[in-house]
Each structure stands twice: as structure tokens, then as C-alpha cells.
Design a protein around this ligand. Structure first.
Ligand SMILES: Nc1ccn([C@H]2C[C@H](O)[C@@H](COP(=O)(O)O)O2)c(=O)n1
Length: 191
């Protein structure tokens, strides 16, 4: 008797009326999942113009780092400037934060999922850290010199860059989905 026959048999013995349940089919795929983590991280950004998120995944499909664009630790995001032209002196990019936030010894051979194609500074860090693949959604800054440079460096360093079109347009997170009756009571937390 093979595994599925013996599992079916066990189910019949436990309850004669029980139907064998098939797995659900509308779960999200790996790439949508990792990209969604990057997009969710971006929601933490305080940048009023551009929110970017990044998620680094190792060869075992484990998330080893997540980051978003923000001011460095200790540099108040209420005081440091968010204006175009000024913020670039201070803001840490999502990719850099994801690499620095890693919970593994290194990110060698990993894939980074990002909302936006990396700039030249992030490309250097991606290459030097051993990341082997960049999966991105938006390429809206492609014409800028920094992004032309990053594309060239990533290409020459053999880092595969793939623009990704998510399989689904939106992913809805409903915090109430397992609550049968009363809506979730919100608890005030400091953020
Ligand atoms: N690959 C990127 C590109 C940009 N960011 C961040 C940095 C800024 O907060 C914002 C864009 O700024 P701008 O280029 O308009 O001066 O997005 C990032 O995290 N990763």
C-alpha cells in the first residue's frame, strides 16, 4: 500500500463519512510571496514620495533579510529632511537595510526581491555581498545615470536581473478573517 492509499484508509477508518480534503489551490506562489513581503516592508517607510522595500531569500527559500528606506538609527525621521535633493545625503536605501539586517552569516547566492530596480550605490553592495539575483517590479528610474550605471555593474558582475509581473494585482490582508463575529478590537500600540 502506498502513502496516499494508507492515508485514505486511515481517514475512512476514523470516520466513514469523511471526505478526503484536497489542498487549496489559490495560495500565493513563492515569488508573489517574497515580493509581497518587500511591498509590505515598504509600507513602513516614512519617505513621503517614495516607499521602497526589499526582501532577501536564500537558496532554501528562507527569508534572511528585510528592509525599507529610512533614516539611519538615531537620526530622527521627524527632524532629518525628506525633501528631494536633501534626503539623499541621509536616507538608507531598502536594499542596503535588508542586507545589513540579515539574520544569516552572509547573503551569498541569495536573491533580493525589490519594489524598484536598485541604484548604483545599492548595486555595489548587492554585488559585493554575493547576491546572485535581483527580482524587481518597477524600473521607473531607468533613464537616470545612477540606474544606467547600476544596470551595467550588475550585468558585468553576472547578477541576474529580472523584472517581475506579479501573478495577482493585489493581495488583501484581512486582520479580521478568522474572527467569526465581533470585529477585531484595536489596541493602541506605540509605533
Ligand atoms: N533602489 C532604491 C531607490 C530609492 N530608494 C529610496 C531612497 C529614497 O528614500 C527614495 C527615492 O528617492 P529619490 O530617488 O527620489 O531621491 O527611495 C531605495 O530605497 N531603493
Amino acid at each position: 500500500m502506498n502513502l496516499s492509499e494508507s492515508l485514505a484508509n486511515m481517514s475512512i477508518q476514523n470516520d466513514n463519512t469523511e471526505q478526503i480534503q484536497k489542498k487549496r489551490e489559490d495560495y500565493i506562489g513563492w515569488t508573489d510571496y517574497f515580493m509581497a513581503v518587500a511591498f509590505l516592508a515598504a509600507k513602513r517607510s516614512k519617505d513621503p514620495h517614495f516607499q521602497v522595500g526589499a526582501c532577501i531569500v536564500n537558496q532554501d527559500m528562507r527569508i534572511v533579510g528585510v528592509g525599507y528606506n529610512g533614516m539611519p538609527r538615531g537620526c530622527s525621521d521627524d527632524i532629518y529632511p525628506w525633501e528631494k535633493g536633501k534626503k539623499k545625503l541621509y536616507v538608507c536605501h531598502a536594499e542596503m537595510n535588508a542586507i545589513l539586517n540579515k539574520n544569516s552569516s552572509d547573503v551569498w547566492g541569495c536573491t533580493i526581491y525589490v519594489k524598484l530596480f536598485p541604484c548604483n550605490e545599492c548595486a555595489k553592495i548587492i554585488i559585493q555581498s554575493g547576491i546572485k539575483e535581483v527580482v524587481y517590479v518597477s524600473d521607473k528610474k531607468a533613464k537616470k545615470v545612477e540606474y544606467k550605471a547600476s544596470r551595467q555593474m550588475l550585468k558585468d558582475a553576472g547578477v541576474i536581473c529580472t523584472q517581475y509581473k506579479p501573478k495577482v494585482g493585489t493581495i488583501v490582508i484581512d486582520f479580521d478573517e478568522d474572527n467569526d463575529s465581533s470585529p477585531l478590537e484595536t489596541e493602541k500600540r506605540s509605533e
